[in-house]
Design a binder for this molecule. Sequence first.
Ligand code: GSH
Length: 338
Amino acid sequence: MKKSVLLGALTVAGLAAGAAAAGTIDDVKARGKLNCGVTTGLVGFAAPDSNGEWKGFDVALCRAVAAAVLGDGNAVEFVPTTGKTRFTALASGEVDMLARNTTWTFSRDVDLKFEFVGVNYYDGQGFMVPKALGVSSAKELDGATVCIQTGTTTELNLADFFRANNISYEPVPIETNAEAQQQYLAGACDVYTTDASGLAATRATFEAPGDHVLLPEIISKEPLGPLVRHGDNEWADVVRWTLNALISAEEYGITSANIDEMSAGTNNPEINRILGTEGTLGEMLGLDNQWAMRAIKVGGNYGEVFAQNIGESTPIGLARGLNAQWTEGGLLYSPPFR
Ligand SMILES: N[C@@H](CCC(=O)N[C@@H](CS)C(=O)NCC(=O)O)C(=O)O
């Protein structure tokens, strides 16, 4: 098991080194489409709706980048990737970026040679069990069968947690969230473990969500964020500052309702620089001055994107928690636009 994980990492690293050519921004402009790697389907984060249109919190970031670069939030080819295939898809150039519940870790940065450009969701790993199991803590899971997605940080954290607590488990390896859901509901595993946001999103699609509980333990840090290949700083800047534009827009009260009005100019210089009525930030990125305005307009600011896709008034029902703005006691903090 260990060996295959290691070999997988080396293969991807080799590919990454080969494909680390600059110029993704030019490729995307020439193609007229952004190839954005997403999940195979996690409602609220990235999944096609009944009309086949991709929707979700991560999807919104892909659309924001496409709007910034190409002027069209629909100019995106959504490429479904699993926990295992996502890194090869990025390293090989099949996708221009990943926006896919992916945890920023040392080895994915340094060894696999990817550039995490920020964090769009601060998360941690949790456990879901059927209420009927009568378990109230993850420490009571000795001997349990656990559905676990391969190629994820989840796999490694799980082993650490059980070892540290001197308890054992039997892994039931699965490739996608859909498979996990099916196996878990069929009773092939007692427990499903993944990012807590993923558990909430999965449970929301169950016929009887109330029959399942999320245990209180959060056993890891999972800073989830968009990533690109090492060695293409111009492109990394575009994705990084698009995310920062959405975060700053919330901080400064730029919303989809007032953005047209604010784009005519305000008495706040930072807002004016973001929306392009002052300064030349867009030009510095290799874009025009309305890039951020377009990015914000597609799905609204960070808070609007959160509320619409995964927030408390959606079936997924996630609280802002760590993902609140720094001004509200959270960790979201965009560097200045100047
Ligand atoms: N954040 C972890 C886990 C990511 C992950 O794959 N999560 C699952 C469950 S939330 C997922 O997104 N599945 C969607 C799919 O199967 O396509 C990582 O980066 O390794």
